[in-house]
Ligand binder design. Structure first.
Ligand code: ADP
Ligand code: MG
Length: 233
């Protein structure tokens, strides 16, 4: 078992009103799985990713990663854990604007105190994996949306994380770039990486082997499915 949540809740208080963003979630995810999460806006999908990835702390419940209880970890311990085991892909790419693709990808390795030459080598290798060998010196403004997301994916993977979280990775992309990202995620999962992805697009959810629906902070359905290939582009 790679990741396990037991009866996890997350409450927010907003203007004196209590919001139950996650309401007693229990789930287990094995190494190598590709999980897609769908559900209406406000159903708790992003909160689930944040809590499951230790970016946010649950109000109650237990979370284990590699059989280790992490829900009570402090800030520093959680940051160290994320740097070592977890990669993130966001809808808005979150790249540093005035910084080359290469330097953006190297960033997690700086936090991990990897030497400059090793950083350069690994960043190049990851940019090659996402098909951007010829764009290493470009800044985000000089790249298309799809290329920027591929840089972000290279950055998410450069630490060789066991677990990759993606929150609407194709949400800001045209359909051709969306297909590129679907094919890339499929390839990464085939290489053995565990992926947990939120999407509101059914054709994106179809590339995953397991589909989970959220509503009102709860899991209302959790089913295995046959992975579909993206279109060749
Ligand atoms: P989804 O990603 O499915 O759209 P979210 O996880 O973002 O849903 O939000 C779930 C619920 O929690 C919503 O009602 C949202 O308004 C609320 N929420 C999320 N984050 C916060 C926060 N930081 N403070 C207060 N309420 C929040
Ligand atoms: Mg969301």
């Amino acid at each position: 078992m790679l990741l396990s949540l037991q009866n996890v809740s997350k409450l927010y208080t907003l203007g004196g009103v209590e919001i139950r963003a996650l309401d007693g979630i229990s789930i287990q995810i094995d190494r190598g799985e590709f999980v897609a999460i769908m559900g209406p806006s406000g159903s708790g999908k992003s909160t689930f990713l944040q809590v499951a990835s230790t970016l946010a702390v649950p109000t109650s419940g237990s979370i284990t990663l590699n059989e280790r209880e992490v829900s009570a970890y402090n800030e520093v311990e959680r940051a160290r854990l994320r740097n070592k085991y977890i990669g993130f892909i966001f809808q808005q790419f979150n790249l540093l604007a005035r910084t080359t693709a290469q330097a953006n990808v190297e960033l997690p390795l700086i936090y991990a105190k990897v030497s400059a030459s090793e950083r350069a080598r690994r960043a190049k290798e990851m940019l090659e994996l996402v098909g951007l060998s010829d764009r290493v010196r470009n800044t985000p403004a000089q790249l298309s949306g799809g290329q920027q997301q591929r840089v972000a994916i290279a950055r998410a993977l450069v630490n060789n994380p066991e677990l990759v979280f993606a929150d609407e990775p194709t949400g800001n992309l045209d359909s051709k770039s969306g297909e590129d990202i679907k094919n890339l995620l499929t390839k990464l999962n085939k290489q053995g990486r565990t992926i947990i992805m939120v999407t509101h697009e059914l054709d994106v959810a179809e590339i995953a082997g397991r589909l989970i629906f959220f509503r009102d902070g709860k899991i209302i359905s959790d089913k295995k499915q046959k992975k579909k290939q993206g279109k060749k582009v």
